[in-house]
Design a protein around this ligand. Structure first.
Ligand code: SF4
Length: 463
């Protein structure tokens, strides 16, 4: 019965892509610093935002639906006083975008309070919910954070750090986590290292964030990436680490470099913008056509387009202009909204495109609806030829590690050949970067990264 009600078709709702931020010990400014940190991570989730703050006795949390600037104001931040804070921005798959799933989630235990912010997706959540449910657990949300909180409550280890260590060893899949208690901040990155997580320092106060752009935004120095399998405990004793069992194989998500992360972030030692330039250069080595200029689908295709233009020795021109005040197409909820979003977001510059043979670079093609409309926009602006080049391989497989790549039926490359996609989007030619080229451009050995949505080579058992 439980399977039908909570765990079956609703499984999808558990998956999200989020941004997390935490700070320990910066007096009364922690909520404001977290606010700015979340603002820098807004691209990772635009549907809800929340901040939890511990003053040493209580944890207060405030969260709401919308952008960080829509959820918080001066008086709310003033109320959130304390010395440890955790923040979360969330993108929800369709159907799960209610306030009940917004994070941080705060819980009262017999030993005190804790607030949880999670980025990723547990692939064994169904099994864990079933086991917990059989022991009498009830759930208010469909969030993985609540499952983790429940497991900690039922753990026989009575101090929170050893309970966290024990519980995270039972989790399978992708999780970067920040947990605050009344007197600690605990940051965890799963042993594959799917989702990024880094440590910074703000005038002696430790800061943890999904991406380095958030550290720099609040004026913190980057200290280091949190390692796959690392549990960082920050309290009055300082910063200490424990480790989960080590894996030979790791799985940093390459899609962070392709599209998800902000270009000014560094992830595991690689600058996202420079990787995107490399992806474009590599694409130019693999795929050439005669053309007058390179344009990009702004903004995420722009770095790759510049890289391509440099390698191919062709001019890069801003042929498409993005309205920066409309959310990402990828992040809107329904097909209808996605269809409308394209027109709201991108405008062609006829004076640049008219009469030209264009190579248009995009970072990826997911469903193909966006590409089709943009190719048409460029043609309608007088382009003689439109050649589409993609700085990543075809996305043929769903992601189970925290990214909403849709179900396989919606992924155009899972359904059509490259030439069929070319015809579908109406381009004169279509080239994708090869998987080998992607791995070479990123510069990690393939044992360190996840490429499953391109290759089908999943690192874990699937749900
Ligand atoms: S399947 Fe793709 S999107 Fe998901 S973690 Fe792996 S590389 Fe990233």
């Amino acid at each position: 019965m439980h399977d039908g009600l909570i765990f079956d078709h609703e499984e999808d709702k558990l998956r999200d892509e989020c941004g997390i931020f935490g700070i320990y010990g910066h007096g009364r400014r922690v909520s404001r610093i977290t606010y700015y940190g979340l603002h820098a991570l807004q691209h990772r989730g635009q549907e809800s935002a929340g901040i939890g703050v511990s003053d040493g006795k209580e944890i207060k949390v405030y969260k709401g639906m919308g952008l960080v600037t829509e959820v918080f104001n001066e008086s709310i931040l003033k109320e959130l006083k304390g010395k440890i804070a955790v923040g979360h921005v969330r993108y929800a798959k369709k159907g799960s975008n209610s306030i009940i799933n917004a994070q941080p989630m705060v819980f009262r235990y017999y030993w005190g309070m804790a607030a949880f912010a999670h980025n990723g997706n547990l692939i064994n959540s169904g099994k864990l919910i079933r086991k917990l449910g059989e022991k009498g657990a009830i759930f208010q949300s469909t969030s993985d954070a609540e499952i983790i909180a429940n497991l900690i409550a039922r753990c026989e280890n009575k101090d929170v750090v050893s309970a966290v260590k024990k519980v995270v060893s039972k989790l399978e899949g992708a999780f970067s986590l920040i947990i605050i208690t009344q007197d600690k901040l605990i940051a965890v990155r799963d042993s594959y290292g799917f989702r990024p997580l880094c440590l910074g320092d703000l005038d002696g106060s430790p800061v943890v964030a999904s991406e380095t752009c958030a550290l720099h935004t609040v004026g913190a120095k980057f200290v280091r990436d949190i390692k796959p399998g690392e549990i960082v405990i920050i309290d009055e004793k300082g910063i200490n680490s424990l480790f989960m069992e080590k894996r030979e194989r790791q799985g940093l998500c390459v899609f962070e470099y392709v599209y998800l992360a902000r270009p000014d972030s560094n992830i595991d030692g690689r600058n996202v913008n420079l990787v995107r330039l490399n992806l474009g250069r590599q694409l130019a080595r693999e795929a050439r056509v005669d053309a007058d200029m390179i344009i990009s689908v702004p903004d995420s295709g722009t770095s790759a387009a510049i890289g391509y233009a440099r390698e191919a020795n062709l001019p890069y021109m801003p042929g498409l202009i993005k309205n920066r005040y409309v959310g990402r197409t990828f992040i809107q909820s329904s097909q209808k909204m996605r269809d409308q979003g394209v027109r709201l977001k991108i405008n062609p510059v006829r004076e640049i495109l008219n009469g030209k043979r264009i190579i248009m670079i995009d970072d990826s093609i997911v469903r193909g609806t966006t590409s089709k409309k943009i190719v048409q926009l460029v043609r309608d602006s007088g382009a003689r030829e439109v050649h589409m080049m993609v700085s990543s391989p075809p996305i043929k497989y769903s992601c189970y590690y925290g990214i909403d790549t849709s179900c396989r039926e919606e992924l155009i490359a899972a359904q059509k050949s490259v030439d069929e996609i070319r015809r579908h989007i109406g381009a004169d030619s279509l080239y994708y970067l090869s998987l080998e080229g992607l791995i070479r451009a990123i510069g990690f050995p393939k044992e360190k990264i996840c490429t499953a949505c391109f290759s089908g080579d999943y690192l874990t058992k699937l749900p």
